[in-house]
Design a protein around this ligand. Structure first.
Ligand SMILES: Nc1ncnc2c1ncn2[C@@H]1O[C@H](COP(=O)(O)OP(=O)(O)OP(=O)(O)O)[C@@H](O)[C@H]1O
Length: 347
């Protein structure tokens, strides 16, 4: 439904040039919710704004619903944009218009007749839970309600695609969840394809099917959400995941950690279990079969959509050859094993 081919964006030129988006390929399938995550300044906004050509890409092709937007003239592009809704972090509502009139605005601009506008706006207010806010002004609404108005407005022109630019970043966690539930609901009910950008793993975890990780203008990793949360393939992906899971070794242990193994040290490992491994008593088998002691420092179980993810930080205690054997054993059992460092037992 959305295809970016070799799309890049450079702001300015010469020594002042900022290569905000390096040549990027991206595909979002029909009906999919795709999240792009990255740190501040990574190029997320630039990427999403290139999709509807709010930013004109420096190179590449943008194809939405089979139509190449980058080849269209001004009028045809305006028309094509009716099929692409967009919502923003700060809602961008018109303060002098009521809820109804804000939602009706795109239809007025398209020249839709008054009666048809009435017939189309009311169901959108119902869908977004705003039926009783019809005549309110934005100043009379909460942040979550304002974003609902923005969503209803974005849906008014019956788009095939919804672009969400940090749509929940200005909202508290509870309101964020209700807006994410609404987006999930409209994705299901209307078959709407959603591309969102966010810096919050919670957003990706809650509603996305697929995720792309962007860093310094480059899409460095792309995966199904379940795979990303269980085994990110880049260092940055692991940093995002670890920060989200808040599963780091105690500081006192980090301070004692050495990078290289030695005859007097024991490895500290972070283990991620998925699927069958979650319910298998691997740790007791590890102790029995490999003859090492396992000191569990932290552990938790997370539900990531339809998957269960078990996480643990543990110290493997025993002679070096036994702890190496234990690591090989863990790796052969479909676990993600990351050696965080090595500590002296009684330092
Ligand atoms: N209009 C512009 N002119 C020049 N540089 C720009 C412009 N817009 C963005 N940039 C630069 O491009 C880079 C990417 O910015 P962008 O806003 O796309 O990142 P982001 O990931 O969305 O960041 P944030 O999460 O902080 O909004 C940054 O270095 C930014 O300073």
């Amino acid at each position: 439904m959305i295809t970016l081919e070799n799309v890049s964006k450079t702001y300015g030129s010469g020594p002042q040039a900022v290569h905000a988006l390096k040549p990027t390929d991206l595909h979002v399938a029909q009906g999919e919710i795709y999240g792009v995550i990255g740190l501040s300044g990574a190029g997320k906004s630039t990427l999403i704004r290139c999709v509807n050509l709010l930013e004109r890409p420096t190179t590449g092709r943008v194809v939405v619903d089979g139509q190449e937007l980058t080849s269209l003239g001004r009028q045809a592009l305006n028309h094509a944009r009716h099929r692409i809704g967009m919502i923003f972090q700060h809602f961008n509502l018109l303060s002098s218009r009521t809820v109804f009139d804000n939602v009706a605005l795109p239809l007025e601009l398209m020249g839709v007749a008054k009666r048809e506008i009435r017939e189309r706006v009311q169901p959108l207010l119902d869908l977004t839970g705003l039926s009783d806010k019809h005549d309110k002004y934005p100043a009379e609404l909460s942040g979550g309600q304002k974003q609902r108005v923005a969503i209803a407005r974005a849906l008014a022109s019956r788009p095939k695609v919804l672009l969400c630019d940090e749509a929940t970043s200005a909202l508290d966690p509870q309101t964020t969840q209700s807006i994410l539930d609404l987006l999930k609901d409209i994705n299901r009910k209307l078959g709407l394809t959603i591309l969102l950008i966010t810096h919050e793993m919670e957003v990706v975890k809650s509603i996305c099917h697929k995720v792309g990780l962007i860093s310094a203008g480059k899409l460095v990793e792309e995966a199904d959400v379940g795979d990303f949360f269980t085994s990110p393939s880049t260092r940055l992906g692991r940093e995002f995941l670890n920060a989200f899971l808040e599963l780091d070794p105690p500081q006192a242990l980090i301070d004692r950690m050495e990078a290289k193994p030695g005859p007097q040290t024991h490895p500290v490992v972070r283990l991620a279990f998925t699927g069958d491994a979650v319910s298998t008593p691997l740790i007791s088998r590890l102790a029995r079969d490999c003859n090492v002691d396992v000191s569990i420092l932290e552990a938790k179980v997370e539900s990531i959509q339809d998957r269960t993810l078990g996480l643990m930080i543990a110290e493997l205690i025993g002679p070096q050859e036994k702890t190496q054997q234990a690591l090989a054993y863990l790796k052969s059992h479909d676990l993600q094993v990351e050696v965080l460092g090595h500590v002296r037992r009684n330092a």
